[in-house]
Write a new protein. Structure first.
Length: 460
């Protein structure tokens, strides 16, 4: 039988039964609200996901689990997920080519980190094929049914799913979309604040002695609300607050990992690969003139340019190994979103025939913007000084379809929501010139998008 659920200690399923079939059916329909469809799937609470790209040209919602792919491996987890997905795709019975089945999920930041935390039930990789898949692509709306079964006669089950699909569509179309009020925060705790300040000081000393060139150190906020916060409410507010970013949400039991990240890790479309080098940041100005000056200073700041160049060099190196015709602009530009502006450099190339999206994800994660440089040394230092488990924060979250197209973002500006509790995460790149006070202030800026989404504020 195909496994429908898992525990955090289970190993990945390596092979599918020979008699399994992957049935799909897709219909195209008129405009439909993606959040209303997500909300209509309340029956599938704990088994839903949401994705919208930064350009708002692709939106994806999944309800229910037709199949779950997990891996608890510390090493080879990207290869493990890739292998399981390809095996499953061989089972597809599908005469339609307009839209492919999609696998959605994410990886943990560091599978070697075993610290007990709010992330304990998340494996090092967690992906799902939805039972009901909504895709809005370039203003066209598609809804697919996915049934993965080894039953010899599955027609009755598929007919039941058609009826259920129609009910979901009707609910999403007819019921008025809720306008959720923001949650009320009863308590807010800056977790590990003193440890964070000490870690920044310690890491700068290690960098001065040549232990690393750059190390990204993160910290966390813990929120408690007066009432439970629902997944649709969280997705609704984050999409309203951060329209310039990738919006994502991934449920597992009572948990929702969600956020609005500006950072694409990598996208592949028809073998063309695109990545975003995003490192070096400053706050937005109170006026247009101040904002312009802050941006100018960022573009000419030696510390931030150094931080940014580490990322450009590393991503370029990975693309050179996996792609032909690699193109990298000579100088960074500014990416401005609501609370912050970043240095930004796109990198693109033509993926070599034998390579795939998850190959790139494997070697790009973590970039120096999220881990450090050199990678191995930086990760060892993070494990030593950070004293927390990042879980899926700063990790690759995204999707891949049956023909290898897909996109992963870096899950920053994110939070883990569990009923009346939420955990927010933010970090920054530590280099030789860093000091704890300014790095602490930078994390406050990075907390703001998710904190505002959840009804709070920092520094006014």
């Amino acid at each position: 039988m195909i496994r429908k659920s898992f525990t955090s200690t289970e190993q990945a399923v390596q092979e599918l039964p020979l008699d399994v079939h992957f049935y799909t059916e897709t219909i195209e329909m008129s405009r439909l609200s993606s959040i209303a469809f997500f909300e209509a799937g309340e029956l599938y609470k704990g088994k839903r996901f949401y994705w919208q790209n930064r350009e708002k040209t692709f939106t994806l919602v999944g309800l229910g689990h037709a199949h779950v792919i997990t891996s608890s491996l510390e090493h080879k987890r990207f290869e493990d997920v890739d292998k399981q997905w390809k095996e499953l795709c061989y089972k597809i019975v599908n005469e339609e080519h307009e839209l492919q089945p999609i696998l959605f999920g994410g990886f943990s930041f560091d599978p070697i980190n075993k610290l007990s935390s709010e992330w304990d039930m998340f494996p090092s990789a967690y992906f799902a094929v939805p039972s009901f898949q909504l895709v809005i692509r370039d203003d066209r709306v598609f809804i697919s049914i996915h049934l993965i079964t080894n039953e010899k006669d599955s027609q009755n089950r598929f007919d039941q799913m058609r009826t259920e699909r129609d009910t979901l569509i009707h609910t999403a179309q007819v019921k008025e979309l809720k306008t959720y009020a923001k949650p009320h925060i009863s308590t807010m705790e800056e977790r590990f604040k003193e440890l964070y300040m000490d870690a920044v000081s310690h890491v700068t000393k290690l960098i001065h002695t040549g232990e690393a060139q750059k190390v990204v150190i993160a910290r966390s906020l813990a929120l408690t609300f007066t009432e439970k916060v629902s997944s649709p409410s969280a997705i609704y507010h984050v999409s309203k607050e951060q329209p310039e970013s990738f919006v994502f949400g991934l449920e597992l039991a009572d948990n929702l990992f969600f956020g609005a990240t500006p950072e694409r890790l990598v996208k592949v479309e028809n073998k063309r690969a695109l990545s975003t080098c995003l490192a070096g940041s400053v706050k937005r100005g109170q006026t247009a003139i101040e904002d312009q000056q802050l941006g100018y200073d960022l573009l000419h700041d030696a510390k931030n340019r150094e931080e940014h160049q580490y990322v450009v060099d590393m991503i370029t190196d990975v693309f050179t190994r996996y792609c032909d015709d690699v193109k990298v602009p000579k100088y960074p530009k500014l990416m401005k979103i609501r609370d912050i502006q970043h240095l930004y450099t796109p990198v693109e190339g033509q993926l070599q025939k034998e390579q795939g999206l998850l190959n790139l994800v494997k070697d790009l994660h973590p970039t120096p913007a999220l881990g450090g440089e050199p990678r191995g040394d930086a990760m060892a230092i993070i494990r030593m000084v950070e004293q927390m488990n990042r879980g899926y924060y700063a990790s690759p979250v995204g999707w891949i379809d049956a023909v290898g197209n897909g996109e992963f973002a870096v899950a920053i500006r994110s939070a883990l929501l569990n009923k009346q509790n939420a955990y927010l995460y933010a970090g920054g790149g530590i280099v030789a010139e860093s000091d704890p006070i300014s790095e602490y202030a930078e994390t406050l800026v990075k907390f703001r998008p998710m904190l505002r989404t959840l009804g709070g504020k920092l520094n006014g």
